[in-house]
Design a protein around this ligand. Structure first.
Ligand code: DQA
Length: 144
């Protein structure tokens, strides 16, 4: 099984940005964590991060026919991007949404998730472990 993990804007600043909300570990540490989770479960993984909405749309389109599942934390684009929602719907690849923080307990503007409307499940508020839960969800429901 091959999984693509997509992280959106400012997640490359993990460890520096608002550590009280997002933790003190870096983006590189997150990629290493995801890599270990995937090795343990026999999953091939690619991690992609971009601060640009169009680049995320391009990466989702390029995944068509090439991956079996997508784990996506669209970060701020979660709450604004119909383009990312449409890209996920266009490729019809099973997708799972992840947020490091518990967005449901935060500001009103974070209560809508466009990308989430194209995702089968959401794991929010579990920190890095949310990515493990998302990978395990895809293995359980779509593994081959
Ligand atoms: C986030 C939550 C978003 O609201 C925020 O804009 C982010 C990160 C999270 O992982 O908790 O950048 O997606």
């Amino acid at each position: 099984m091959k999984i693509l993990v997509i992280n959106g804007p400012n997640l490359n600043m993990l460890g520096i940005r608002e550590p009280g909300i997002y933790g003190s570990e870096s983006y590189e540490a997150l990629v290493a964590f995801i890599g270990r989770v995937c090795v343990d479960r026999g999953v091939e993984v690619e991690c992609f991060q971009s601060n640009h909405e169009g680049a995320i749309v391009d990466r989702i389109q390029a995944a068509y026919g090439a991956v079996d599942g997508i784990v996506i934390n669209p970060a701020a684009y979660t709450h604004t991007s119909v383009a990312i929602l449409d890209a996920l719907k266009a490729v019809s690849i099973p997708a799972v949404e992840v947020h490091l923080s518990d967005v449901s307990a935060r500001e009103a503007f974070r209560q809508v998730s466009y990308a989430g409307m194209a995702c089968e499940a959401t794991f929010a508020g579990h920190g890095f472990d949310g990515y493990r839960l998302a990978v395990e969800y895809l293995v359980e429901h779509h593994g081959k």
